[in-house]
Design a protein. Structure first.
Length: 403
């Protein structure tokens, strides 16, 4: 791997742009980019121009996030619950409780990597075997990686470690590398790092000879020439799928670098390049939002983002990305102020999410692992009811659509 980039310490609460504002900027920026890019998903730039000209704002009457936003909420709630003690077992249990063992919304679980993961989990396979499907290299982990960077602000290596644990259930190889690059980049941006340092942090956590690293370097070489050059340097011409993690992550970082971190320019550059535009714009928005703070997001874009509809993940309905950002900021603050000794492995963080937080099932309680004891009530919750194996189609029949 490349040498670790030097990242300034996480900003103090009194700084001009504090951690809460950066956290909110990162996750609201992700949701805004997702909603802006959704109509242009799987399109070529020429098709975008023919239909809308250059996209400069929302092109639908009721913009909303897609699976990118709902899975980011999913990972954010899980991370706020367990923090640095997150394990593959926690992630696998959450996939069962919140996704696999519930009735699905019309979105049917999201893209190819998610469909493959759900089918494997429903067959009784456990991590990391559950990640052995045909699309383990997709950008499905990258799209939900920003919360890890928010939680591990100023600690790119820790963000990369945590997102790899999250991804162990659903991704492998380049899919993991893509998620690590995004998480590390957001962690650096959360600390106020420069655009170059954000990119360097992403490169530092992935193998130098990986497909992801090579695509990132090509994107950075072309970034000063603009979006056409970035797209030409990165896109795999003629390949039928647009959700390749190395390609999508490189396009997102290329858009961010071409805009020199400006939120509006970064997101619109990603959108107008097409391909997996909701994911590339979501990642670019998370990077720029973390770097510049929530105030950098145009008000008319921000105001359109409401609570998740649950079209992809019904369990996430009603949650807002700003709620998740605040939970992560609070959980990260507890870690900073009560850090254990280096050789101590803490147990599950039972108090990371406040008791009055909205739970995925609509109740006013934190999400808990089946059978876990409530530290507030002193009683154990029974395991959730299982719905059995649900009928699913082949992984390659999955489609992505607005949630």
């Amino acid at each position: 791997m490349a040498s670790t980039a030097c990242i300034p310490p996480a900003p103090a609460p009194g700084d001009a742009v504090g951690l809460r504002e950066r956290a909110r900027g990162a996750l609201l920026g992700l949701a805004v980019g997702d909603a802006l890019g959704a109509p242009a998903e799987n399109m070529k730039p020429s098709e975008i121009r023919a239909r809308w000209g250059r996209i400069t704002g929302y092109v639908v009457q009721k913009p909303a996030g897609t699976d990118d936003t709902e899975y980011a909420i999913f990972s954010g709630l899980l991370l706020a619950r367990y923090g640095s003690a997150l394990t593959p077992a926690h992630v696998e249990t959450a996939w069962h409780e919140w996704i696999a063992d519930r009735e699905e919304g019309p979105f049917r679980g999201a893209g190819f990597s998610e469909r493959g993961t759900l089918e494997n989990l429903r067959r009784g396979l456990a991590a990391p075997i559950s990640a052995q499907h045909r699309h383990a290299w997709s950008d499905g982990l990258a799209m939900r990686a920003a919360p890890h960077g928010v939680f591990a602000a100023g600690r790119p290596a820790e963000a990369a470690r945590l997102v790899a644990i999250d991804g162990s259930v659903s991704h492998d190889g380049e899919g993991i590398h893509g998620g690590q690059a995004v998480a590390a980049g957001v962690a650096a941006a959360m600390a106020g790092a420069s655009t170059d340092a954000v990119v360097a942090s992403a490169l530092a956590v992935v193998p130098e000879d990986s497909w992801t690293a090579r695509c990132l370097r090509r994107a950075m070489t072309a970034a000063h020439l603009g979006e056409r050059a970035v797209r030409s340097a990165v896109v795999i011409g003629g390949y039928p799928w647009t959700d390749l993690a190395p390609e999508a992550v490189a396009l997102a970082f290329g858009a961010y670098a071409a805009a020199d971190g400006d939120f509006t320019d970064a997101v619109l550059t990603a959108v107008n390049m097409g391909r997996d535009a909701d994911t590339t714009a979501a990642v670019a928005g998370a990077l720029a939002g973390a770097a510049r703070g929530v105030a950098a997001i145009p008000a008319e874009w921000a105001s359109a983002i409401g609570p998740a509809r649950g079209s992809c993940l019904p369990a996430m309905a009603g949650h807002h990305v700003l709620e998740v950002a605040d939970l992560l900021t609070r959980a990260a603050g507890e870690v900073r102020h009560e850090a254990p000794p280096p050789d101590h492995t803490p147990g599950p963080r039972a108090d990371a999410v406040p008791e009055d937080a909205t739970a995925p099932d609509g109740g006013r309680r934190p999400p808990r692992t089946a059978g876990q004891t409530s530290v507030h009530a002193g009683v154990s919750e029974p395991p959730p009811a299982r719905n059995g194996t649900l009928a699913t189609g082949p992984g390659d029949t999955a489609t992505k659509a607005g949630a």
